[in-house]
Design a protein around this ligand. Structure first.
Ligand SMILES: Cc1cc2nc3c(=O)[nH]c(=O)nc-3n(C[C@H](O)[C@H](O)[C@H](O)COP(=O)(O)OP(=O)(O)OC[C@H]3O[C@@H](n4cnc5c(N)ncnc54)[C@H](O)[C@@H]3O)c2cc1C
Ligand code: FES
Length: 498
């Protein structure tokens, strides 16, 4: 269950140990607020709710902070690539300014919580940069400097970086931060328990029955439910069709000599992201692509490794990991009331910028649960309908999903025979006349499963690097035995032929 089954644990998970710390829910309980999903968004929300006097129960299907938060790169910044020019053009300058103010407040909140709760999480100040090495991207950097400044950030244009190659243009924002995300989240969990709350691991939410969360370990009845499962496990908001799951890759090696102190991300593709940690790790990430749309994901690690060794002087690479995040078609996260469920709240669609947006969610949802106004509620409104500006993205994404649904079944007619799978390989094959998702282990034993995703029925793809079955439609992932690693699916892949 949960990310215990990830093939490649991240630097953050390895250095804190992935074993569950808290027991599962053992019986039905009643609390003020049930928080479902213990990543950065859920744990921060629970921490703020507990501090405001609510009795809180936090539930997670896996170990806590071992979802995307355990597999991120953990730059804590309001500078989100070229976000502000895009938001200004789609939503106007005022909404872009609201996004900036909320994200800046999140950086301050993380610092405040780390200090007040005494969390040792390698938190340190850092400048953030979005840069380009390509002449035809310089204008986009200049536009972003203008938009970010108009949104209220202290942004400046520069060509001066610590990167070991020439940068033609960069936007710089100071007073941002970086940290060890799992150490921070484990500290939050302790603070929640210290404030009288409870945390349950290996407890999967299956459905919402009014304000009661029905799990595989019992029922949690509450006055309010906060859904922070990355992508919601109940989707009355139609978020599946309005966001795209994107997978990215990361690696870490000890730096030889001086480490870069800034946090960098390129505009050009494939994206290159660079940061370091207080304990001397250089963390490089990039190679993003749509989930389930890559024939051999192992090549992504190889490309990142080749680029790192070409540009940086490091010890051998010790950690490799990958993860996925959801990008909303209109560019804004969905934070607020969950449509169709009185008393339920949701936060999703952080577009690979969830360190700050996760904490923005926590602040907004805490206020909404407590019945207070929040200055950014309207900026992120989870009940908004698709804007005209985003319609193209939504439509093209849904066409893609439809193609996977119908096209994959036709493709199944041509599936190769299972005998063709070599040890260590997986794929959609034909076995005894059935189309199955099968993996052949190193001993030659075949592990066949139904290829049909238990969420809405798309056909899963084999992820060669992580040895998982990934659904290209909405990003559900399953391990080699068919167990759910990541939602929105809540049910395992069926054994072969069912
Ligand atoms: C490679 C990569 C690099 C990134 N780098 C950055 C960065 O530098 N800066 C930044 O700001 N953002 C970054 N992001 C984005 C950021 O990491 C995420 O947006 C953020 O971690 C999401 O947090 P979350 O709490 O919403 O989700 P998660 O951390 O995934 O937490 C959700 C939890 O819900 C649990 N869950 C799921 N379904 C159920 C269920 N049915 N019942 C119970 N529990 C359930 C899961 O087990 C999980 O623990 C990056 C993302 C990726 C993929
Ligand atoms: S059909 Fe939605 S995640 Fe697979």
């Amino acid at each position: 269950m949960g990310s215990l089954t990830e093939t490649n644990p991240s630097l953050w998970v390895r250095t804190t140990g992935p074993a569950p710390i808290h027991g599962p829910l053992g019986h039905d309980i009643t609390v003020d607020v049930a928080v479902v999903g213990a990543g950065l968004a859920g744990l921060t929300a629970a921490r703020l709710l507990a501090a405001d006097g609510a009795t809180v129960a936090v539930l997670d299907a896996g170990p806590i902070c071992a979802g995307v938060t355990g597999y991120t790169t953990a730059k804590v910044t309001s500078l989100h690539s070229l976000k502000y020019a895009s938001l200004r053009s789609s939503f106007g300058a005022e909404r872009a300014a609201g996004y900036a103010a909320a994200n800046e407040a999140a950086i301050r909140k993380i610092t405040e919580l780390a200090h007040s709760d005494g969390i040792d999480c390698e938190l340190e100040p850092a400048a953030a940069f979005t840069y380009t090495c390509e002449a035809d991207q310089v204008a986009s950097i200049e536009e972003e400097v203008d938009a970010a400044t108009q949104a209220g950030l202290l942004a400046s244009f520069t060509t001066d970086t610590e990167l070991p190659y020439d940068v033609l243009a960069a936007i710089r924002v100071d007073d941002q931060a970086q940290f060890h995300p799992r150490m921070f989240c484990l500290g939050l969990a302790e603070a929640i328990i210290g404030a009288g709350g409870s945390v349950y691991e290996r407890t999967r939410a299956l459905e919402l029955d009014g304000r009661t969360v029905v799990t595989d370990r019992g029922r949690v009845t509450s006055d309010a439910v906060v859904v922070t499962t990355h992508i919601p496990f109940v989707d009355t908001g139609g978020y599946f069709g309005r966001m795209e799951p994107k997978r990215s890759y990361a690696l870490a090696a000890q730096v030889r000599g001086e480490r870069p102190r800034g946090m960098y991300i390129s505009v050009e593709q494939p994206t290159r992201s660079v940061r370091s940690t207080a304990s001397g790790w250089l963390v490089i990430s990039g190679e993003g692509h749509k989930v389930g749309h890559d024939d051999d994901t192992r090549q992504r690690y190889e490309a990142l490794e080749a680029w790192t060794t070409e540009h940086f002087d490091t010890e051998p690479i010790e950690h490799r990991w990958s993860a996925q995040d959801y990008s909303p078609a209109d560019g804004l996260p969905f934070i607020g009331r969950l449509p169709g469920h009185e008393g339920a709240f949701v936060a999703t669609g952080f577009g690979k910028w969830g360190m700050t947006n996760g904490v923005v969610s926590a602040m907004i949802l805490n206020d909404l649960v407590q019945g207070r106004a929040n200055p950014w509620e309207a900026v992120f409104d989870a009940t908004r309908v698709a804007l005209k500006q985003s319609a193209k993205g939504v439509v093209s994404e849904n066409v893609d999903v439809a193609k996977r649904f119908v096209g994959d079944r036709l493709a199944g007619l041509r599936a190769p025979d299972a005998d063709e799978l070599a040890p260590g390989d997986g794929g959609i094959v034909t076995l005894d006349g059935d189309t199955v998702a099968a993996f052949r282990d190193e001993d030659g034993t075949l592990h066949p499963l139904s290829p049909t995703c238990t969420h809405l029925g798309c056909r899963v793809s084999f992820n060669t690097a992580e040895r998982s079955w990934d659904c290209p439609c909405h990003g559900s992932r399953f391990d080699l035995d068919g167990h759910v690693i990541q939602g929105p699916a809540t049910k395992d892949l069926l054994p072969k032929g069912l």
